[in-house]
Design a protein around this ligand. Structure first.
Ligand code: BG6
Length: 298
């Protein structure tokens, strides 16, 4: 659908507008009395969330590439139906295909508290079935209010169970990574991906002093990113998820990744709401499963 047609069907004057964004990709621009936000249909990626009078909450790389087949570096890419590399076939895309697919708009609405809801969906087609042989309907419901609520619902529309891993791969904007602490993971075990997937134990808050790429296990707790430089805390609450991924590429990986500036690691950290590693879920035929992330700033 063209932006014109999207605005005719789903635009809300002064609140939701569809326009051509970077790379010509369509984005929804949302503004209400609580916050402003942007959501690309490419990957159903929320790329901006900014409560009124506050600094941007999400990090979007200034070198993000907006091209078909490429995930947007920043915001909240939707990793699905597997997290990380495909478990058995390395030719399949890292983090699945949802983050590079073209999603469609289901609805937009103004909610009673003047927050704004945008619902997007993705269903299987010949191309997705060639990568992953399942019938599905995936819906992302985004509510932009004083907090940002993102809910990813997987529906199995086929006749066989399917195994699904996923991530709401949120990139957060921080003032100075050296002055950031992540609370909420104390006492949890994690898979240390840069260290050969060894299982380690977290004691105290997470500090980022090197490349950090960890899958925290058996945790449904919320995390709080304490950012001393910006004098704020970002709270990341969740449901439907028993794993949390923390990622910062640090120096070498920032240099190696073309869509991250060399010093990009200083101003961002990912705290991801996931069904990763042993937390991947079986969804029975006809059943649904939902992962929800709620982001707020204090
Ligand atoms: C994280 C993974 O979730 O995403 C990391 O744990 C990965 O291993 C990172 O490097 C970024 O992945 P990508 O595919 O967007 O470069």
């Amino acid at each position: 659908m063209t932006s014109h047609a999207l605005n005719e069907h789903y635009g809300i004057p002064g609140e939701v507008q569809f326009i051509a964004g970077e790379g010509g990709f369509t984005k929804a621009v949302i503004s209400n009395r609580h916050a402003a936000a942007e959501v690309y249909l490419h990957g159903a990626t929320v790329t901006a969330f900014q409560p009124r009078g506050k600094a941007p909450v999400l990090w979007l790389s200034p070198q993000a590439v907006f091209k078909p087949g490429k995930a947007i570096r920043g915001g909240i890419p939707v990793c699905w139906p597997w997290f990380g590399p495909h478990p058995t076939d390395s030719t399949k895309p890292q983090h699945g295909f949802a983050r590079t697919a073209q999603w469609s708009v289901v609805s937009t609405a103004t909610l009673p508290d003047d927050s704004t809801e945008l619902r997007l969906h993705l269903s299987d087609d010949a191309q997705t079935r060639s990568i992953w042989p399942h019938s599905f309907r995936l819906e992302l419901a985004v509510v932009i209010g004083s907090s940002l609520r993102v809910a990813l619902r997987t529906q199995n529309t086929g006749n066989d169970p399917m195994k699904v891993g996923c991530a709401l791969h949120s990139y957060f904007h921080v003032g100075d990574i050296h002055r950031v602490e992540i609370n909420g993971l104390d006492g949890r075990d994690y898979v240390d991906q840069p260290d050969g997937n060894r299982i380690k134990h977290q004691t105290g808050p997470v500090k980022i002093e090197q490349e950090v790429d960890r899958i925290y296990l058996d945790t449904e707790d919320e995390c709080v990113i304490q950012d001393t430089a910006l004098a704020r805390s970002i709270r990341v609450a969740k449901s439907g998820s028993k794993s949390t991924v923390v990622w910062n590429p640090w120096i070498a990986k920032s240099k190696a990744l073309a869509d991250i500036p060399d010093d990009g690691y200083l101003g961002m950290v990912c705290v991801e709401t996931t069904n990763a590693a042993k937390d991947a879920r079986f969804v029975a035929a006809g059943a649904s499963s939902e992962v929800v992330q709620i982001i707020s700033v204090e």
